[in-house]
Design a protein around this ligand. Structure first.
Ligand code: G3H
Ligand code: 13P
Ligand code: ZN
Length: 313
């Protein structure tokens, strides 16, 4: 069932595990994530970026997720979230579509400008019952990092500032920088767990760690022990998807033009990747469901009732 992201995060925070927030771009990735969640009995967040909304249509991808949850995982708590929203317009577009959670990423701005844009989004969203994630410090992408030795102090969240940021903005969740980076890139040798623990001590909202595709089990456990309750994952699933396509097309020439086989194999690989992350994050088994997924496949006539409005874009 579509559930508020705040509810999913709060439960994880209270019970000492983390959920995965997985980026989706298309039907196959969405289905892979939802099926993994169903099979692992794991709550999950699906997140969409502005680029994906431009690619797939915001309302379309939203409805794909909603329909799939109704069909394949009706008892699993699933959140739908805007990832890395950059301005008011994109947030407003998501709120209009029906998202119940957005991120406003003002992390590249100076502190006061980040507070100002984040607070503006919080005021707008809370009025409409939508949760907001902010970011302080910055989790770099490869293009933003100098080659050679990286000065991680430039990027990392300052705990006292985090407390002020949360207090002044009223956000519901905070993305932190502790030496993590987006993509498969070299991160800080050891994440700054002490800094994380300090942030956790000063801030009561759920803490989110972006760039978790390459976080192996030891780091994950340490991060959860020090207050992380959600890991963002994108690169790992993209790599699984694309590698599978390359392999299928090259290895099995006889099916090279069967799109269903090519994308079906890719979907399976994404599903395996997501399921493993759910085990690593300890979110697997955190929801009780009454019986087998097949029992929940919605009758066709139920689907016709689903809102299938097409985006204006
Ligand atoms: O950090 C978020 C995503 O990995 C960036 O994805 O290419 O959809 O903007 P995007
Ligand atoms: P990765 O691509 O490194 O997993 O990061 C995902 C992310 O942070 C999405 O917001
Ligand atoms: Zn991110």
């Amino acid at each position: 069932m579509i559930t508020s992201v705040k509810e999913i995060l709060t439960k994880a925070q209270e019970e000492g595990y983390a959920v995965g927030a997985f980026n989706t771009t298309n039907m196959e990735t969405t289905r892979a994530i939802i099926e993994a969640a169903q099979e692992m009995k794991s709550p999950v967040i699906l997140q969409i970026t502005e680029k994906t909304m431009d690619y797939a249509g915001g309302r379309m991808i939203f409805n794909i997720i909603k329909n799939m949850v109704e069909c394949y995982a009706p008892e699993i708590p699933v959140g739908i979230h805007l990832d890395h929203g950059k301005n008011f317009d994109i947030v407003q577009r998501c709120v209009d579509i029906g998202f119940t959670s957005v991120m406003i990423d003002g992390s590249r701005k100076d502190f006061d400008d980040n507070v100002a844009i984040t607070k503006k989004i919080v005021d707008y969203c809370h009025e409409k019952g939508v949760d907001v994630q902010g970011e302080l410090g910055s989790v770099p992408y490869i293009g933003e990092m100098e080659s050679g030795e990286v000065d991680w102090d430039k990027y990392m969240t300052v705990p006292e500032q985090a407390a002020e940021f949360v207090q002044r903005t009223g956000i519901d969740a905070l993305a932190v920088a502790i030496g993590n980076a987006h993509g498969f890139v070299k991160e800080r040798k050891e994440p700054d767990y002490e800094r994380l623990a300090k942030i956790c001590e000063l801030v009561s909202v759920p803490l989110i760690l972006h760039g978790a595709s390459d976080w192996e089990n030891g780091r994950v456990k340490e991060a959860v022990a020090n207050g992380i309750c959600c890991f963002n994952v994108d690169t790992a699933t993209r790599v699984a998807f694309v590698n599978s396509i390359i392999k299928t097309v090259h290895k099995k020439e006889e099916i090279a033009f069967d799109i269903r086989k090519i994308l079906g194999d890719a979907q399976d690989e994404v599903k395996k990747t997501v399921a493993q992350k759910m085990i690593d994050f300890c979110s697997s088994g955190k929801c009780s469901i009454s019986s087998h997924p097949a029992d929940f496949v919605a009758p066709i006539n139920k689907l016709t009732a689903v809102d299938t409005a097409i985006d204006e874009e």
